[in-house]
Design a protein around this ligand. Structure first.
Ligand code: PMP
Ligand code: GLU
Length: 385
């Protein structure tokens, strides 16, 4: 009875393991959570207050399907001023989480059998979404020696007549890699005349380390014409449960995506949109969070880099650290499940990201837990033959 598209899907490894970790913790188990795909900080109070006010003011009904004008205008302003993307509010669509922005864009562009190019390691949901659209996810394997980044050469080899869309995600979940302006320009030169949509997921933009500046692909040349930029509030403002994301696209594209929202979610939550409007102009919270995550990245890196049988890769952004565990002799799934069962440390096996031989550790957890987790991983590795 189940459609063949949905039959092909597995449930999301990230969501499944995160839920299992939360359950074990609730049961009183002292689990170190290196699986979390969300900041461990509570949503800032000034954002919560705006949501409470929205409820009290009766701002509790449908909004326009593309989102409230105020939020769309504020986002267009942010993208123009901070990201250098030439856009008007008519190009902005507010969605129920960035995940839905990605899905809506794919559904709006992909015809059956067309190819969506997905560089690997990739976030687990991209291939699944292409499959739901009846399209073909075409994985482009990136190399560790290229920092797991797509190069102009690998991209041009992967493009075929069937290619409709390219997904870029940086800082990347799960590798933490990000692209410089020059690297993006090289990709732009390959793709600019090919009639391909670039879906650029910049949800971890605010978590770019070592004082580097994030460049939006759509700010390069005329890329804004064929790029859908996706971002949201989940990571930058610790608002994963509020479900607010957005996209910015050419206004005809945005119109098409908006029709899809008309007939699926209707609009994102009015209360969450009011809260997001309070968040969008705040700079203090994201910069404090960035500083804290950079400290934690360094703590985890320092703790793991001297250990045998594991090789951590220093992320340039996000709160994820990909670790090469091939020398442990275990497959990713076995490594993660044994580490959880025997040492109560949860991680995500990276085979679900197309990276067998790696596991993903999230440092969206306290310093105390990071230290505890490092000690447990050390014991686990020492106990392996
Ligand atoms: N893109 C990436 C790369 C992510 O890791 C996530 C995390 N869930 C999302 C998009 C979706 O975020 P949201 O919570 O806004 O749906
Ligand atoms: N994106 C996060 C992760 O990779 C949250 C879970 C999800 O939506 O996949 O863990």
């Amino acid at each position: 009875m189940i459609s063949s598209r949905v039959e092909q899907l597995s449930s999301s490894a990230t969501l499944k393991i995160t839920a299992l970790t939360k359950r074990l913790k609730k049961e009183g188990k002292d689990v170190v959570n290196f699986a979390a795909g969300e900041p461990d900080f509570d949503t800032p109070l000034f954002i919560k207050e705006k949501a409470k006010k929205a409820i009290d003011d009766g701002f509790t009904k449908y909004t326009p399907s593309a989102g409230t004008n105020e939020l769309r205008e504020a986002i267009a302003r942010k993208l123009k001023e901070e990201n250098g993307i030439a856009c008007e509010s008519s190009s902005i669509i507010i969605t129920s989480g960035a995940k839905y922005a990605i899905y809506a864009a794919m559904a709006a562009f992909l015809n059956p059998k067309e190819e969506a190019l997905i560089p690997s390691p990739y976030w687990v949901s991209y291939p699944a979404m292409a499959i739901i659209c009846g399209a073909k996810p075409k994985i482009i394997k990136t190399k560790e020696r290229d920092g797991f980044k797509l190069t102009a050469q690998t991209l041009s080899k992967a493009i075929s007549k069937k290619t409709k869309l390219l997904i870029l995600n940086y800082p990347s979940n799960p590798t933490g890699a990000t692209y410089s302006n020059e690297e993006l320009k090289e990709i732009y030169e390959v793709i600019k005349d090919k009639n391909i949509i670039v879906l650029c997921d910049e949800i971890y933009e605010a978590l770019t380390y070592d004082g580097k500046k994030h460049t939006s692909f759509a700010s390069i040349g005329d890329a804004a014409k064929f790029t859908v930029t996706v971002n949201g509030f989940s990571k930058t403002f610790s608002m994963t449960g509020w479900r607010i994301g957005y996209l910015c696209a050419d206004k005809n594209f945005a119109g098409a995506i908006s029709k899809l929202i008309d007939h699926t979610t209707s609009c994102a939550s009015s209360i969450s949109q009011a809260a997001a409007l309070a968040a969008i102009n705040d700079k203090t919270w994201p910069s404090q969070m960035l500083a804290k995550f950079e400290e934690r990245r360094n703590l985890l890196w320092e703790g793991l880099k001297g250990l045998r049988k594991i090789k951590p890769l220093l992320p340039q952004g996000t709160f994820y650290m990909l670790c090469d565990i091939k020398k442990s002799g275990l497959a990713s799934m076995d490594f993660s499940s044994q580490l959880l069962d025997k040492y109560l440390v949860s991680t995500i096996p990276a085979d679900s990201f197309g990276a067998e031989g790696f596991v993903r550790l999230s440092f969206a957890t306290s310093d105390e837990d990071i230290n505890k987790g490092i000690a447990r991983i050390k014991s686990f590795l020492e106990a392996l033959k």
